[in-house]
Ligand binder design. Structure first.
Ligand code: NI
Length: 260
């Protein structure tokens, strides 16, 4: 079974035809883990997971949104995390590429949400863009034991450090891009039992649809790109990544969809 471990079906890019995208996903017999970016999209993620048995949710405040988190955001996230189809706290982390939010605030909101994940015993889904050192250091200090580095873009050496604290890595469209040597290297060299597939849709469509709106069914293209990079069959990628998703997200029961 193919599982998209990181998607944003709540995004306004899907407002015009969300139900037909959902139908397409259902027909493929896939599972999608949808990540919130703020309170509103976290709530929407939970709603999607209640409505569709092939959708699971993560709830969290993205670093771009950290300054707008609001006073009671931790309490709200905690309530949302009580839904059993919420698998993790995410997408949380640091983004020093865009710097849409003051770095000190990003770090504070990241650390607070790690504390919440620890309290709830949930894994985390981490966004790290050009902030590898600080991300690693904050995670090491946090005491969080399990998580996913989504759209992993740091080095193989750093991946060793993330693995020591129980982290997995997901790869998406970037492993099909010509110029993306670092993600390709990590995707081909990391142990297969640490790798997940993601689309990060509506962003990061794989080649040859780069630049167009992405959706979870593109996970097939990404799975075959990973199979090619590693010189294994697509079936092996499918089997390994599905089992990794189960190992990482303890609450995932895989009751929805078909073909399993
Ligand atoms: Ni994302």
């Amino acid at each position: 079974m193919l599982i998209d471990a990181h998607a944003h079906l709540d995004d306004e890019a899907f407002d015009g035809d969300r139900e037909s995208v959902m139908k397409k996903i259902r027909e493929k017999g896939m599972i999608v883990i949808n990540a919130g970016s703020n309170i509103e999209t976290s709530k929407f993620s939970v709603e999607l997971s209640q409505k569709h048995d092939f959708i699971y949710a993560c709830v969290g405040i993205h670093p771009h949104e950290a300054a707008k988190a609001g006073q009671n955001y931790l309490e709200t996230l905690k309530q949302l995390a009580e839904y059993e189809r919420v698998l993790a706290i995410g997408e949380i982390g640091l983004d020093y590429h865009y710097d849409f939010c003051d770095r000190e605030i990003q770090k504070k909101v990241f650390a607070e949400q790690l504390e919440l994940a620890k309290e709830l015993g949930l894994p985390v889904v981490v966004h790290d863009r050009e902030a590898h050192r600080d991300t690693l250091e904050i995670l090491q200090k946090s005491g969080v034991k399990k998580g996913l580095m989504h759209c992993y873009s740091a080095s193989l050496e750093m991946a060793e450090e993330f693995m020591k604290i129980g982290f997995y890595f997901s790869f998406g469209g970037t492993i099909t891009f010509k110029n993306a040597s670092r993600p390709k290297q990590a995707a081909s060299k990391l142990p297969l039992d640490k790798i997940l597939l993601e689309t990060d849709c509506p962003y990061l469509s794989p080649e040859p649809r780069r630049g167009k709106r992405n959706d979870p069914t593109e996970i097939e293209t990404i799975a075959s790109a990973l199979a090619k990079l590693r010189g294994v069959s697509i079936e092996e990628i499918e089997r390994a990544t599905a089992s990794n998703v189960r190992n990482l997200f303890g609450r995932l029961t895989l009751t929805g969809g078909r073909n399993r």
